[in-house]
Design a protein around this ligand. Structure first.
Ligand code: UDP
Length: 244
């Protein structure tokens, strides 16, 4: 498995199949692991946030989520990799979890969303064990009870939809304490799986224009996406620097 260095962040250039196999091994090991699906916005943010960069570089698996990361890896001379997005990974792991009897906990999004996403996944993958759900707007004082609940339920897999990079920071902070074998940040995936938001049509995904669809359907993302040209500029300069 090749780990690319993109502006200081390690990204594993894995296929979806390889990612699922690695996650299967993590569950089998029983020890806690963190999986990150990384996009260009977060890489750009991590340049000025040493803690975030450390969290990314300590994660057990970091997949290229988003066409910006895939482009940067190719441009910097790594072999081309496909996207392994949070939502696609969650669906693939859902199938695996149902097949192998893993216990799944869904944390995050607005009240009711994680339950709906859990039911939708169970409809799609009969037999899937969703052992618990909790919304993502808990107060600090509710945290100890939430951590106790997760520990007691002992899931094999916890999907955190708390927004990036908050979910990555949260997982890194509680990973050892919770001891869940695989904890993965899934961003807005529960909203889509639960039927509260729509993913881009297949054609947009195929043409690598999913970012554009999200921008048009959620104009509030404009500020976040403004970093993408700056990310690209940094990558261009990085290659130039390496050459000279
Ligand atoms: N979210 C949450 N708690 C928070 C902030 C966000 O549960 O304190 C949820 C939000 O409801 C949404 C998800 O995190 O379902 C992902 O948010 P975002 O739009 O940032 O998604 P991303 O770009 O990371 O996919």
């Amino acid at each position: 498995m090749e780990r690319a260095n993109i502006l200081g962040c390690g990204v594993d250039l894995v296929s979806m199949e390889q990612a699922v196999t690695l996650i299967e091994k993590m569950v089998e090991s029983g020890r806690p692991h963190q999986v990150i699906t990384l996009n260009a916005e977060i890489i750009y943010q991590a340049r000025e946030d040493a803690d975030l960069q450390r969290i990314i570089n300590h994660a057990d698996l970091v997949t290229p989520d988003g066409i910006g990361v895939v482009w940067a890896a190719g441009y910097l001379g790594y072999r081309s990799a496909g996207r392994v997005t949070g939502i696609d990974l969650l669906e693939q792991i859902g199938a695996k979890a149902a097949e192998l009897g893993w216990k799944v906990y869904l944390l995050g999004s607005a009240p009711g969303v994680a339950e709906a996403a859990g039911k939708a996944l169970q409809n799609r993958y009969p037999g899937l064990k969703v052992v618990g759900t909790h919304h993502g707007y808990f107060k600090n004082e509710d945290l100890p009870a939430l951590l106790d609940e997760i520990k007691e339920l002992g899931p094999d897999l916890l999907c955190a939809a708390l927004g990036a990079p908050g979910q990555e920071i949260w997982i890194s902070r509680y990973k050892e304490q919770l001891g869940v074998p695989v904890m993965i940040g899934v961003g807005g995936s529960l909203d889509v799986i639960g039927g509260f938001k729509q993913r881009a049509p297949e054609l947009f995904i195929k043409l690598n224009l999913e970012w554009f669809y999200r921008l048009v359907s959620e104009p509030s993302r404009l500020k976040r996406q403004m970093v993408l040209p700056r990310f690209a500029g940094r990558v261009l300069r990085e290659k130039h620097r390496k050459r000279s």
